[in-house]
Design a protein. Structure first.
Length: 306
């Protein structure tokens, strides 16, 4: 060895502390080796390696019985704490890998809350995974999809049909009938029967702020065309509460999900459509290649609940 260079010491490893702890607690190399299920000579060699790393003897070898030195006594308490912390770290990492801890960012359209699916699904997941933090935010549908694609949101509750970004998939949660929202003094409301949409061909139809191929904008166009007319589109609303409020003051009529019946506005009436039902879907949006075990668990939970 070149002059002036100190010998390189071995690196401290958790196994050194486990071996030391066994000997320190048993105060007998034979019993400690049996507890560790290793050969006694190998255990003695590991203890000597640890003493070399520490730079001081840990056991008094001048007596017949094994006894700790002062350095050994001080190391004993720290070794116990270190091994306990290492075990705790492994448990946390394993639980995170199983999706039992972590955080899930969830977005939802306001109408998802009216169906009861959002509260039921989130509530049952929370009961099954109480240590997963859930961050829930009302968010316009296209913003949800963009945020999921950009890894800023994990889960979205959306109203198809809508074009999904690359890498985003959806899971149908619910299909519900579409109703008409009308001013309560409208003649078809007074009649009290299911409404033939063709009778409203001269009305203005209020739709959400979506493109013509998306969600209830598309439902409105397709339902009207099936009834034999092209609908006259009126103002648009940010959400269904805004839309039914606009209906109530006489700005037009609207197609809305059946679950919206829980929203009661003065001057507003809901009526079923005559003929074959028009169905609206509520779906769960998520990343196809999700890295988060907690988010994957949420999707699996949703599938199981279906």
């Amino acid at each position: 060895m070149p002059a002036g260079r100190r010998p390189t010491r071995s690196r401290l490893e958790l196994r050194h502390l486990r071996y030391f702890l066994a000997v320190a607690e048993e105060l007998n190399y034979g019993r400690a080796a049996e507890r560790l299920k290793i050969a006694q000579p190998g255990l003695s060699q590991q203890i000597r390696a640890l003493e070399e790393i520490v730079g001081a003897p840990l056991f008094d070898r001048s007596r017949r019985a094994v006894q700790l030195t002062l350095a050994g006594e001080l190391l004993l308490g720290e070794a116990r704490k270190t091994l306990a912390q290492a075990e705790a770290a492994l448990i946390v990492a394993r639980r995170a890998g199983r999706g039992e801890v972590g955080r899930i960012a969830i977005g939802y359209t306001a109408s998802a809350a009216y169906t009861g699916v959002l509260t039921s699904l989130v509530g049952s997941f929370r009961a099954a995974h109480p240590e997963v933090e859930l961050q829930i935010t009302e968010m316009e549908m296209q913003r949800q999809l963009d945020a999921i694609a950009e890894d800023r949101l994990d889960i979205g509750f959306i109203r198809p049909p809508v074009a999904l970004p690359l890498g985003v998939a959806s899971l149908a949660l619910l299909q519900e009938p579409v109703l008409l929202a009308l001013p309560e003094r409208h003649p078809v409301v007074v009649a009290g029967d299911p409404v033939d949409l063709a009778a409203l061909s001269e009305e203005s139809f209020i739709t959400p702020r979506h493109g013509p191929a998306v969600s209830f904008h598309r439902h409105t166009l397709e339902a009207a065309r099936s009834a034999g007319f092209a609908p006259r589109l009126g103002p648009q609303g940010r959400d269904f509460v805004t839309i039914v409020s606009m209906v109530a003051v006489g700005l037009g009529v609207a197609l809305v999900p059946q679950s919206l019946r829980c929203v009661q506005v003065p001057g507003l009436a809901y009526r079923p459509l005559a003929g074959p039902p028009v169905l609206a879907e509520l779906a769960l949006a998520y990343r196809r290649t999700e890295a988060s075990p907690a988010a994957r668990n949420f999707v699996r939970h949703a599938r199981a609940r279906l």
